[in-house]
Design a protein around this ligand. Structure first.
Ligand code: HEC
Length: 164
């Protein structure tokens, strides 16, 4: 019974969000990942195939991301995780059906598809849910490092300390 509920709850939640017309009621409302609404009339972003944490995530409200730079260098530890777990497909040009490159810092600041959502916000969602890395596992420490960075706006490393 509880198991069945766990399986159905995400579907119910998604239907509810769909019924609300994708108003700004989504999970990642908090902190810098919040406030990224899908503009009216744009195609909806499909639900994630896996629904790992099934909700909020993040917890404490971080800074807002309005003023984060669009250029810069990845912090070295973040780059190492991306290189090991993501760049195999998110190359330039992308391989294995990946939608875009995540090789450069600038890549992560581009918009996810036709939405107002930057790629780095979507990265947090798919890594948290376990959808990415596709068909692979990522060690908990690496996953946490990536999510910590993403949830604090994915700021670039200070000048001269980057790793790109
Ligand atoms: C084995 C190849 C592969 C690896 C490794 C991989 N991806 Fe992907 N990624 C894909 C493919 C293929 C898609 C398109 C999936 C789809 O649309 O169903 C995708 C889609 C995405 C998307 C867009 C999701 C969406 O909603 O459309 C993001 C963001 C993403 N990947 C981030 C990452 C991150 C971050 C990593 C590393 C932690 C990673 N990926 C590792 C192949 C990969």
């Amino acid at each position: 019974m509880p198991l069945l509920f766990r399986r159905l709850a995400p579907i119910a939640l998604f239907s509810l969000l769909a019924a609300l017309g994708f108003a700004c009621t989504a999970d990642l409302e908090e902190g810098c990942l919040g406030g990224q609404c899908v503009p009216p009339g744009s195609p909806p972003i499909p639900p994630l195939p896996t629904s790992g944490a099934g909700g909020g995530g993040g917890g404490d409200a971080g800074p807002t991301c309005d003023d984060t730079p669009a250029t810069g260098d990845f912090p070295c530890d973040v780059f190492a995780v991306l290189q090991t777990h993501c760049h195999g497909c998110h190359q330039s040009p992308p391989l294995s059906g990946a939608p875009y490159s995540l090789l450069t810092y600038e890549d992560t600041r581009e918009l996810h598809g036709v939405t107002t959502k930057p790629r780095f916000v979507r990265m947090a969602e798919v890594v948290e849910s376990g959808f990415m890395p596709l068909m692979a596992t990522i060690p908990e420490a690496d996953k946490q490092l990536l999510l910590d960075w993403l949830s604090t706006c994915g700021l670039p490393a200070p000048d001269g300390m980057g790793c790109e």
